[in-house]
Ligand binder design. Structure first.
Ligand code: ATP
Ligand code: DP6
Length: 392
């Protein structure tokens, strides 16, 4: 006896108020609220197929074309939590609950490189399993068990993850602030500076920070609560300068708490710092905030900006970070004309890099929907639950 294959695509999300530090490592409960925008799955996504059968002898997973061990505790916690909700809701019969599962997932962007692959990956897995087991409940708290930031990828648009206070984690859930269509001009440019796995994982980094940083205590008590309220208001009012200023300040403070940790660790590189310098000078020359940067646990920048600024920003990036293949630098955008005058570029007073390809790729995207089920039959597992397409 077998189920049919269920396939889901899920988005990444990039936080504007950062989650950094846990109050419970096992249940993945954060020390502070966080806020993010969910990005369009037509550009960056995880895709996951799941299948259950009485004929499978143990749970199996293939990730990005390779078989991986299912002994990963976070993976097991997610599957167990889904099964326990299914048992409570009586959404499937006991036989079905006793079957093992096969999972096959791919990300269409680098994994474990600070591009929120775990957020998209676990939101995708949990949504696919919730459909397989016919669940009705909110699953953001299950996605959270895979990776904290994954709970925000369960919703589209602008999302808040409430830290909650209950030790069980029942109030540590994500809710939508506004749908993607609420602010249709909002865009994101992801500047890929490095696509290699990072030295200090988010999980380890936030553990060191939570144990040692004095600045983190100040951040949690005196900065994040006010910033969260203000940024939610800026989203509701579509007030870009306010949204952008809070976003940049919060990114800077997150990287400051990494430096305030003992031992300290850094995610930003010289290229990241140069991007920061360019954005500040650009905003100054424009006479108002037009672009915001934010950096997660890696050197890659996510720029939030309104659609009208995109061609100018891309010209600027191409000017200061020369590429050996400038026509192929940007993914997701047809073409851009050089809209920035040489006079303007000179006034920015930034030295252009001579070394090429310091920015490897620019991903152009926008705010998008939450996870969706794939209905065109493009599954990653066949009808027996075996991986399709040359998977080892
Ligand atoms: N599609 C997926 N399905 C299931 N698990 C995934 C998937 N993609 C990534 N993961 C899990 O997430 C891990 C990577 O998480 P990690 O937090 O190190 O990187 P990241 O999410 O890319 O970066 P960051 O969270 O700092 O933005 C992988 O090793 C894997 O265990
Ligand atoms: C810097 C961040 O991207 C940290 C993300 O951390 P993770 O969600 O990857 O950490 P774990 O809960 O330990 O899996 C900020 C954010 O997304 O809010």
């Amino acid at each position: 006896m077998s189920s049919s294959v269920v396939t889901v695509v899920a988005p990444v999300n990039i936080a504007v108020i950062k989650y950094w530090g846990k109050r419970d490592e096992e249940l993945i409960l954060p020390l502070n609220d966080s806020v993010s925008a969910t990005l369009d799955t037509s550009v960056m996504c995880a895709k996951t197929s799941v299948f259950a059968s009485s004929n499978i002898t143990c749970n199996e997973i293939w990730l990005n074309g390779k078989k991986e061990s299912f002994s990963n505790k976070r993976l097991i916690n997610c599957l167990d939590a889904i099964k326990s909700i299914a048992a409570k809701e009586k959404s499937v019969d006991d036989d079905f609950l006793s079957w093992n599962v096969r999972v096959c997932s791919v990300n269409n962007f680098p994994t474990a490189a600070g591009l929120a692959s775990s957020a998209a990956g676990y939101a995708c897995l949990v949504t696919a399993l919730a459909k397989l087991y016919n669940l009705k409940s909110d699953v953001s708290c299950v996605a959270r068990l895979g990776s904290g930031s994954a709970c925000r990828s369960v919703y589209g648009g602008f999302v808040q993850w409430h830290a909650g206070t209950d030790p069980s984690g029942k109030d540590s859930v994500a809710t939508q602030i506004a749908e993607a269509s609420h602010w249709p001009e909002m865009r994101a440019l992801i500047l890929v500076v490095g696509d290699k796995a990072k030295k200090t994982s988010s999980t380890r980094g936030m553990n060191i920070t939570a144990q040692t940083s004095e600045l983190l205590k100040h951040r949690i008590q005196h900065c994040v609560p006010q910033r969260t309220t203000s940024i939610i208001q800026s989203i509701k009012e579509r007030n870009f300068p306010k949204f952008a200023e809070i976003t940049m300040k919060d990114s800077n403070q997150f990287h400051a708490v990494c430096m305030d940790s003992y031992p300290p660790f850094v995610y930003l590189t010289e290229v990241s710092h140069k991007i920061i310098e360019i954005i500040h000078k650009y905003n100054d020359l424009c006479g108002g905030i037009k672009v915001a940067y934010t950096f997660d646990a890696g050197p890659n920048a996510c720029l939030y900006l309104l659609e009208e600024e995109v061609p100018k920003m891309i010209s600027i990036i191409k000017h200061f970070f020369p590429s050996t293949t400038p026509d192929n630098l940007v993914t997701g955008l047809e073409s851009t004309s050089e809209l920035v005058s040489s006079d303007f570029l000179e006034k920015l007073a930034v030295t252009a890099e001579t070394k090429k390809d310091l920015i490897k790729n620019v991903i152009y995207t926008k705010v998008g929907q939450g996870p969706t089920e794939v209905t065109d039959g493009s599954h990653l597992l066949d009808e027996h639950g075996l991986p399709l397409n040359n998977i080892e």
